[in-house]
Write a protein that binds this ligand. Sequence first.
Ligand code: 6PG
Length: 246
Amino acid sequence: MTEFTVNSEIIIKENIFELYENLSFRISELVNNSGNDFYLALSGGETPRLFFRYLAENYKSKIEWNKIKFFWVDERCVPPHDPESNYKMTKENLLSLIPVQDKNIFRIEGENDPSEEAFRYSRLLADNVPSSNKYPRFDLILLGLGDDGHTASIFPDNIGLINDKRFCAVSGHPVTHQKRITLTGSVINNAKNIFFHVTGTKKKDIVKSILLNEAGTENFPASHINPPDGYLYWFLDGSAGRLLSI
Ligand code: 6PG
């Protein structure tokens, strides 16, 4: 069973905009209080879409954006203009709305051959992100949670990627079989800060199972995200966190 570190916190806000504000404020504090460079890895999917827009619109002048080097936790193996692309979603809702230079954007190139891209991105991380314990050490990783317990593109049927010694790997969505490139758990758990951002009623059961450490939880990749030398925060809206307060 997973034991959460003492360095973890669960934040539940009934109203989604209160949650966005709390998340934005904490990101701004981390970035603005850091040295010159801030290494951030973003997730895709639907949950960050509205949040990124909130962050761009409300924190455009409150965050020292030029410090941030943007990376991705995972990417779907599609070109950057494809509606499924995590990069496209991030560009439209965040990057195009804030002051950021192209040299600070390190996207996963989903249009490339997946194995070659996993290798290329691993090299890119080694060359561009400070390391500790032989792994890249991000200042902050934003993660989502699937209702099957996946995070990044580490699904229950390839949970071995949690302890995989590589930096990046090719994965596949278990239902659509869409290929994905993902950071491994070894890189994710080496981060200084990990923020899970989870909203909506559909996620309430998996949130309860993981955060209350129910039987069988170890089969969910997200339950293994627990940085030994970092901080773990769960940001939930009232719907996703509903079963925790019973
Ligand atoms: C992706 C992800 C993935 C996502 C979860 C939650 O590319 O899909 O990075 O791990 O965070 O699947 O997705 P939703 O926010 O769409 O529910």
